[in-house]
Write a protein that binds this ligand. Structure first.
Ligand code: NAP
Length: 332
């Protein structure tokens, strides 16, 4: 097949992205795979170790199979031990040689995250991939074990703390340093950054909790945290990226957004397509990483559009301070 010239494909790719429906649904990868970068080489993750959180459903579960197919040892992390065992059994049925390790941790519980990171660090010498994929969208405001808004805890605080605690493992093998990928959402484009502790925790007096809004806010926060991680690790070997999966048919969509799931129905991509870019980022460590950290369908994407509010450095500082205080960490 003839591949169109790069400027034409860049234009077509951006047009698909801005249209949302064409880019985010199964139409996006169906067109883009004609020009997007090559698939990871078979066996390219042989002997490498990857952790996938939220691996008991949807995109995370599909990601386990994709990583195994590339040769990785995959640590399948979920909050429910029985579900983790089911995923292990299902993947082994399809791929009998799969090297899988069951991991149980509620990523919203910061004490559990600390304990699990210490435990993993006592069991393995290095880590080449860490995908923060676990996600929630609740109708009512819920709180984590430490009293944080649940979406904030699952999407931001737990993953930030996990990245901090696993950084030594991620940098341990200088020949194969690690990549951390945060699974955000295109929904983050609709949300700005909040600056007061009450706003960050979605505890605003007189304002009812809106689950979709809360979800978009914490997905925006993920991208801001990854920005800060990039500032922190610039020039280092460990990479920290964010991406979004488009719109994929998963229990997360059908259970949390049934109306959207019905509306988009056959246009939704499958879970493996939603998982593709995160796997590709870990497997190939693309060279433009470091300048662009937000990816979709194997290409860097803007984190804001020009029509959106300018970024507010005061809000960003206040938000990062809140993350540090909540997790007992320090931004160097
Ligand atoms: N599907 C889409 O179209 C779409 C679009 C944009 C972004 N995303 C993002 O992609 C990621 C995966 O979404 P999905 O659609 O595959 O959702 P999903 O089917 O609901 O899967 C979410 C996974 O996260 C796990 N999880 C939730 N809270 C957890 C916690 N506290 N500790 C550990 N694991 C936890 C769930 O565990 P249980 O099995 O125990 O519930 C499940 O394995 C999420 O971050 C989501 O925000 C998805």
């Amino acid at each position: 097949m003839r591949i169109p010239p790069p400027r034409l494909t860049a234009f077509a790719d951006a047009a698909l992205d801005r249209s949302l429906v064409l880019g985010y649904t199964r139409i996006g990868p169906a067109l883009r795979r004609r020009w997007w970068p090559a698939d990871p080489e078979p066996g390219c993750l042989d002997g490498q170790r990857v952790v996938v959180t939220g691996a008991t459903s949807g995109i995370g579960e599909a990601m386990v199979t994709l990583f195994v197919s590339l040769g990785a040892t995959v640590h399948v992390l979920g909050r429910n031990a029985a579900k983790v065992e089911t995923v292990l059994a299902d993947v082994r049925r399809a791929l009998p040689s799969a090297d899988l390790v069951a991991e149980v941790c509620d990523v919203s519980d910061l004490d559990a995250v600390r304990a699990w990171c210490d435990d993993l660090s006592s069991r393995v010498d290095s880590l080449q991939g860490l995908v923060h994929n676990a996600g929630v969208l609740t109708r009512a405001r819920e709180e984590s074990a430490q009293g944080h808004e649940l979406g904030l805890a699952v999407h931001v605080l737990g993953p930030h703390l996990m990245t901090e605690r696993l950084l030594p493992l991620l940098g341990a093998d200088s020949a194969r340093p690690g990549s951390v990928v945060w699974m955000s959402s295109g929904g983050m484009y609709s949300a700005g950054l909040r600056s007061t502790p009450d706003e960050i925790e979605y505890r605003e007096p007189g304002k009812a909790y809106d689950g979709v809004r809360g979800y978009a806010r914490t997905k925006r926060m993920q991208v801001e945290v990854v920005d800060a991680w990039n500032d922190r690790l610039r020039g280092g070997a460990v990479r920290v990226e964010s991406c979004h999966p488009g719109w994929a048919a998963t229990p997360g969509v059908t259970d949390s957004l049934p109306g959207f799931g019905r509306l988009m129905g056959p246009l939704l991509r499958d879970a493996a397509s939603g998982a593709d870019t995160a796997v590709w980022l870990v497997a190939t460590r693309p060279t433009s990483a470091g300048t662009h950290h937000f990816w979709h369908d194997r290409a860097p994407r803007p984190t804001t559009y020009p029509v959106q509010r300018r970024r507010d450095p005061v809000a960003r500082r206040a938000f990062l301070d809140h993350v540090a205080a909540a997790t007992g960490t320090v931004w160097p």
